[in-house]
Design a protein around this ligand. Sequence first.
Ligand SMILES: [Zn+2]
Length: 277
Amino acid sequence: MLYKPQIDFLTAHAVDPDMRRYAVQEEGARHFIDIDHYGKFPFDSLPRKWEDAVAKFSEDSLKKYGIVPWWVQIILQRLTNAFKEKDQAKILKLSAELGHYIADAHVPLHANSNHNGQRTNQQGIHGFWESRVPELLADTEWDFFIGKAAYIKNPGKFIWQRVLESAAAADSVLIIEKELSQQFPADQKYSFEYRNNILIRQYSSAFTKAYDAKLNGMIERRMRMAIFSVASFWYTAWVNAGQPDLRKLNRKDFTEDELIEFERLNKAWSNHQDEHN
Ligand SMILES: [Zn+2]
């Protein structure tokens, strides 16, 4: 009722947190956790509660290795408050951002320090898993109908479980790409394609499909889980705010300052893109 008509806004602003990485220094840490830094699965040496983790490792160190599971909980709290204030503009902005951080938490390479295969000569695997494979297969082969959102009693526990699943999957993501690369000659692993008049190298369709098959549906499952989690966090925020009547929200328009901020993010982002082209 609230979200359906706002789908364009949510889609456009779900990428704001990534744009902000190029404008705000402390943004980066909110998108990942190099959980393998804390030893072996299930990483019991790392306290799940922020205060306990800070006491043990210091805030600076936690931020260095990433804080996504805690940051999701902070944005959930802010979204809950926005529902209490019945502030529609704030609700939409925070919903889009919460969706982004939750989705990141579902990506195995956001929960592993070898996040772009840089240590194992697999550079590019990050975008391969989260962009190239879904772009090729999601529309035609995958099903994202997930049914109803659920109320999450313990959001902290919930998001930590998702992060641990991601961490556990990271090894397969890397190892299977490695194995497959040994079977594919380089000229069949990659293909060339023009994008905006620039010739770019990308993983070939054959390699992409073979990878997805070997992962046995993992990427689709993680994406389905991410969608379910996002919907359930939104629903949980609304319930915890006392289920405000969504037909009676205030402030449908963004303030001048908020619009300027959106614009600033866009600029920082496109400057960054230009530098890299
Ligand atoms: Zn991100």
